[in-house]
Design a binder for this molecule. Structure first.
Ligand code: AHR
Ligand code: AHR
Ligand code: AHR
Length: 504
C-alpha cells in the first residue's frame, strides 16, 4: 500500500510539474513494488519514465541499411515517423527488439531448434515493420505482427528466473489475431531451443490451440506454456474459469513461484484485471518444482514450433512474484497509454461494391492486368476489344475484407462467391469455404504503390508480402525472401498496380 501511495504522489507531482516529468512507466511501477523488470520489450513505447534509448531496430530491403527507433521523448511513444521516412519506397523488417531494463536481454531472429524456421538457414522469419499499426493516445506506433514462421529469441539472458525461482510477466497483445497453431508465446523458455521436458518453460500463450489445455467457449484463450502443456488452470485439459477473450487489446499477466502461479487478464484499453486462475502448480509430473531455463521467446514455442500467429505490442519479465496490487497499477498504466486502432490502408481508397481492374506497371508488361485462368491468378493482356470472357476474368468486385473489414477482398466478377486468396504464397481463385483461414488468406490491405505509382496490396496475415507478378503469375512475395518469386529485381514495380474501373 505504501508504494502505491508513493506512486500516486509521484504521479501527482509529475503532472503538477507539467510535461517535463513523465509519469511512472510499467517498470517503474514494478520496481516500486519490489519486482524490478529484468526484461522490457516494446516497439510502441518506453516502459520506464526515463527511458529514451533504442526501442527496436529495423532493416530496409532496398540497401540492407538498419536504423534504431527511439521514443519521441523520454518515457514516450515510439517515433513511428522516423521509421516511415527510413522505410519509404521499400519494405522493412524488425531485426532487434531491445531490452529497456539495462540487462541486455534483446530479442533477435530466432534460431532453429526442435523445429526449423522457414529461412534458408533454418532461422525464423522477422516481422514486418508495418504489420501492426496502432495509436497510443493519438500517436502512431507499430506493434510486432507475428505470422506463422516468425519468431524472436534470446538464449543467453541475464537476470531471468531459472529453476523454481519466482518471476512475473505481462504482455499486451491483439486479442483478434491468433490461430490454433503452436505456439504464440512470450516469456521464459529453453536455452537449447529444444523441448527439454515438463516445467522447462513459463510463458504467456495466446490462441485457440486445444492440443493441451483450453478454457470456456471457443477461445482464443490466454494459457501458460509450461512445456508439453498449455495450462488454463489447476488441471491438464479444460478449465472453464479461463474465459474466451474478445478484447481488441488484451493485457495478459502471468506469474509463478514455488507451488503457486496465476493467470490474470483484462481489456488493455479500459478497466481492471480479472483473475482467471491463482493457486497451486499442476500436479502432472514435472511442473512442481519448475525447471525454468531463462531464455526468452516471442511468437514461438519453446522448441521453436513456428505455426502460430499473434501480435505483440509490449511486455516485460520481472524478478520475484509481483502482488496483485502491483499488477493492478501496471494495468492502469497500460490503459492510460491509450491503445487504439488506426487505418491499415493508404493511397487510393478502393470503395467496397466497386468493380475494378488492376493493371501491371512494370515496364514491358504494362498492358497486362490481374486476371484468372481457372483457379490460377495471373496477368494477361486485356484491351477494350478483348472477348467478354477475358474482360470478366480481369474484373474484380471489391468487398470488405473477409478477415478484417478495414482491408478488402476481391470477388471474381465471372465466378461470384469465389475470391482471390493466397495458398502456399501463390494467388489462387477459390470458392469461399467459410473458414477463418480462408477469410484471412483472402484479405489484402491497399497501400500507396511501393514504386510511387498506383497501389500495392499487402497480405493481411503476412504483412511482409505484397501482391506480385512474377513470370506473369501472381504471388504474395516478400522482397529477398526464399522463393524464386521473392527476387529483389524489379520488386517495387512488380508490386505496384494501377486501379481502374473494371473491363466488365
Ligand atoms: O507446451 C507446448 C509446446 O510443446 C511448447 O511450446 C513446445 O516446446 C512443445 O512442442
Ligand atoms: O499462402 C500461405 C499459406 O499457405 C496460407 O495462409 C495457408 O492457407 C496455406 O497453407
Ligand atoms: O511477371 C513478369 C516478370 O517476371 C517480372 O517483372 C519479373 O520480376 C519476372 O522476371
Amino acid at each position: 500500500m505504501l508504494y502505491e501511495a508513493n506512486l500516486k504522489r509521484a504521479s501527482a507531482l509529475a503532472f503538477g510539474l507539467g510535461a517535463t516529468l513523465a509519469a511512472a512507466g510499467p517498470c517503474d511501477i514494478y520496481a516500486s513494488g519490489g519486482n524490478p523488470c529484468v526484461a522490457a520489450h516494446s516497439t510502441t513505447r518506453a516502459l520506464y519514465s526515463s527511458f529514451s534509448g533504442a526501442l527496436y531496430q529495423v532493416k530496409r530491403n532496398s540497401d540492407s541499411a538498419t536504423t534504431t527507433i527511439a521514443p519521441l521523448s523520454a518515457g514516450g511513444v515510439a517515433n513511428a515517423a522516423a521509421q516511415d521516412t527510413f522505410c519509404a519506397s521499400t519494405t522493412c523488417l524488425i531485426t532487434i527488439i531491445y531490452d529497456q531494463s539495462g540487462k541486455g536481454n534483446h530479442l533477435t531472429q530466432a534460431p532453429p531448434g526442435g523445429f526449423s524456421g522457414p529461412e534458408a538457414n533454418g532461422y525464423d522469419n522477422l516481422a514486418s515493420a508495418i504489420g501492426a499499426p496502432v495509436t497510443l493516445n493519438g500517436q502512431k506506433a507499430y506493434g510486432v505482427f507475428v505470422s506463422p514462421g516468425t519468431g524472436y529469441r534470446n538464449d543467453n539472458t541475464n537476470g531471468i528466473a531459472t529453476g523454481d525461482v519466482a518471476e512475473g510477466m505481462y504482455a499486451v497483445l491483439d486479442g483478434t489475431h491468433y490461430n490454433s497453431g503452436c505456439c504464440f508465446d512470450y516469456g521464459n523458455a529453453e536455452t537449447s531451443n529444444l523441448d527439454t521436458g515438463n516445467g522447462h518453460m513459463e510463458a504467456i500463450y495466446f490462441g485457440t490451440s486445444t492440443a493441451w489445455g483450453s478454457g470456456a467457449g471457443s477461445g482464443p484463450w490466454f494459457m501458460a506454456d509450461m512445456e508439453n502443456n498449455l495450462f488454463s488452470g489447476l488441471s491438464t485439459g479444460q478449465n472453464t474459469g479461463d474465459p474466451s477473450i474478445s478484447y481488441r487489446f488484451f493485457s495478459a499477466f502471468l506469474k509463478g513461484q514455488p507451488n503457486q502461479w496465476a493467470l490474470r487478464g483484462g481489456n488493455a484499453a479500459s478497466g481492471s484485471l480479472s483473475t482467471y486462475y491463482s493457486g497451486a502448480r499442476p500436479s502432472a509430473s514435472g511442473y512442481n518444482p519448475m525447471s525454468k531455463e531463462g531464455a526468452i521467446i516471442l511468437g514461438i514455442g519453446g522448441d521453436n514450433s513456428v505455426s502460430a500467429q499473434g501480435t505483440f505490442y509490449e511486455g516485460v519479465m520481472t524478478s520475484g512474484y509481483p502482488s496483485d496490487a502491483t499488477e493492478a497499477s501496471v494495468q492502469a498504466n497500460i490503459v492510460a497509454a491509450g491503445y487504439a486502432t488506426t487505418s491499415l490502408t493508404s493511397g487510393t481508397a478502393l470503395s467496397t461494391g466497386s468493380k475494378v481492374s488492376l493493371r501491371v506497371t512494370t515496364s514491358g508488361y504494362d498492358t497486362r492486368y490481374i486476371a484468372h485462368a481457372g483457379s490460377t491468378v495471373n496477368t494477361q493482356v486485356v484491351t477494350t476489344s478483348s472477348a467478354t470472357a477475358l474482360k470478366q476474368q480481369a474484373s474484380w468486385t471489391v468487398v470488405a475484407g473477409l478477415g478484417n473489414s478495414a482491408c478488402v477482398s476481391f470477388q471474381s466478377v465471372d465466378t461470384p462467391g469465389s475470391y482471390i486468396r493466397h495458398y502456399n504464397f501463390a494467388l489462387t481463385l477459390a470458392a469461399n469455404d467459410g473458414t477463418k483461414q480462408f477469410y484471412e488468406d483472402a484479405t489484402f490491405c491497399p497501400k500507396a504503390g511501393l514504386s510511387g505509382t498506383g497501389s500495392s496490396f499487402l497480405a493481411w496475415g503476412y504483412p511482409t508480402r505484397f501482391f506480385r507478378h512474377y513470370e506473369n503469375v501472381m504471388y504474395i512475395a516478400s522482397q529477398g525472401g526464399v522463393d524464386t518469386f521473392d527476387a529483389t529485381g524489379s520488386y517495387n514495380a512488380d508490386v505496384s498496380f494501377v486501379v481502374s474501373s473494371s473491363f466488365a
